[in-house]
Design a protein around this ligand. Structure first.
Ligand SMILES: Cc1cc2nc3c(=O)[nH]c(=O)nc-3n(C[C@H](O)[C@H](O)[C@H](O)COP(=O)(O)OP(=O)(O)OC[C@H]3O[C@@H](n4cnc5c(N)ncnc54)[C@H](O)[C@@H]3O)c2cc1C
Length: 384
């Protein structure tokens, strides 16, 4: 058993940490308040090589392993959840389906652009009436000659209406399954600017306020037949496989966010004095910090093991669901106690800890809620 990271992974961690502290920390609070996506920081993250991290160099990526990618997301989330979300969704949900199921022509067309971070791609699964039950999607795509005609809508899609969004992978009903059991679902690529396709930015989010989130509308939207991603009828399977890997990056956001909130709490608790002593010296508070440190350590071990399995091409779905669930819930507990340790100041926007408290909530909902993760795990351990 070897718990040591490679020298390259340690260097990557230091590099992303230093970048996040210098370039993101100074602007994160203001962007959150204005609910503004930053093209500038997105480009800087691209220049640092944070998009296309696991894509081979042949397609413009960095050719790194999954542990390295997860370390990068963790370090961004330690400073700001929204920036971590842009990168995580960019790599896992945007690039992932194209990389795993795209034809050679599709990969050559899109991946080099997406790997620079100059362009982003969305993952269109969720619909207003199909969230956890994503297989109940109503959006349709009908073949008319050499074109797919798409009608329907999607909601909550990350990275789909930013100024540099290039397009989206859409899951749609393309017919009835051969065995007659329900709809045939396929994934289709739709570029921004295609007639009949509108991506509208959503505002009013509680969390991830400087990450881009959109509603998508398809109104007789026509795209070429060759925009089908992989095999017809395999769309749901492709989306679920993409989410297996995506859960690792949600886990990394939970882990990094918990680490960031813990560090803020530790610093504050040592500085803040009441009754003539630092509040960290009261046993109940020292124990809170001890519990946070312990849970973060356990979360890191679980998440890194899931990534280690993925890097070795071993089944990793069960551990990915466990890591997503555990890391996101650890961040919930840590961020809540971190605010508690800040007292009234923790409730003020001037203190970054309140942003961590808000940002953590998405992690127990996005890419499969905590309830759905428990369902996935219960199935994988044979309980149901
Ligand atoms: C900021 C943000 C970004 C997102 N980005 C994307 C994206 O890029 N692409 C994309 O496709 N989607 C995206 N989503 C959507 C996200 O994945 C869904 O919100 C999530 O899957 C839950 O679906 P829902 O919101 O419809 O909730 P629902 O499915 O309606 O769930 C409501 C509640 O019911 C519970 N529930 C539902 N079914 C069961 C069950 N069988 N057993 C027990 N409890 C159950 C849920 O756990 C939850 O507590 C994003 C969401 C947000 C908020």
């Amino acid at each position: 058993m070897d718990f040591e990271l490679s020298m390259e992974q340690e260097i990557l961690r230091r590099t992303v940490r230093s970048f996040a502290e210098k370039e993101i920390a100074p602007v994160a609070r203001e962007l959150d308040e204005k609910e503004e996506f930053s093209l500038e920081t997105c480009r800087s993250m691209g220049e640092l090589g944070l998009f296309g991290m696991v894509v081979s160099e042949e397609y413009g990526g960095q050719g790194m392993d999954y542990v390295s990618y997860i370390i990068a997301v963790e370090e961004l989330a330690r400073v700001d959840g929204s920036h971590a979300a842009t990168v995580a969704a960019g790599n896992s949900l945007g690039i992932g389906p194209l990389l795993y199921y795209g034809s050679e022509a599709q990969k050559r067309k899109y991946l080099p652009k997406l790997c620079t971070g100059r362009s982003l791609w969305g993952f269109g699964l969720t619909e207003p009436n199909a969230g956890s039950d994503a297989g109940g999607a109503r959006t349709t795509a009908v073949l008319d000659g050499d074109e797919w005609v798409i009608n329907g809508s999607k909601i909550f899609i990350t990275n789909a209406s930013a100024p540099n969004s290039l397009g989206v992978t859409v899951m749609a009903r393309t017919g009835t399954r051969e065995d007659g059991r329900g709809a045939e679902l396929s994934c289709i690529l739709v570029e921004r600017g295609t007639r009949g396709f509108t991506a509208r930015e959503m505002h009013g989010k509680m969390m991830w306020r400087s990450s881009n989130t959109s509603e998508l509308y398809f109104d007789d939207c026509r795209v070429p037949r060759e925009n089908l991603l992989g095999q017809r009828g395999k769309g749901f399977h492709q989306m679920l496989e993409t989410l297996d890997a995506g859960r690792l990056s949600i886990g990394a956001m939970g882990l990094g966010g918990a680490q960031g909130a813990y560090e803020l709490a530790m610093r504050y608790a040592k500085e803040r004095e009441q009754f003539g002593r630092p509040i960290s010296s009261f046993q109940i508070n020292a124990f809170k910090l001890a519990d946070m440190a312990m849970e973060i350590e356990a979360a890191r071990l679980l998440l890194y093991k899931a990534c280690w399995l993925k890097d070795r091409h071993q089944p990793f779905g069960k551990l990915a669901a466990m890591a997503k669930l555990y890391c996101s819930e650890v961040m919930g507990r840590v961020a809540s106690q971190a605010v508690q340790l800040h007292g009234g100041y923790g409730l003020m926007k001037e203190y970054n800890v309140e942003r961590f408290f808000r940002d953590q909530k998405l992690l127990t909902i996005g890419e499969g809620t905590s309830e759905i993760q428990r369902l996935v795990i219960a199935r994988l351990i044979g309980a149901i």
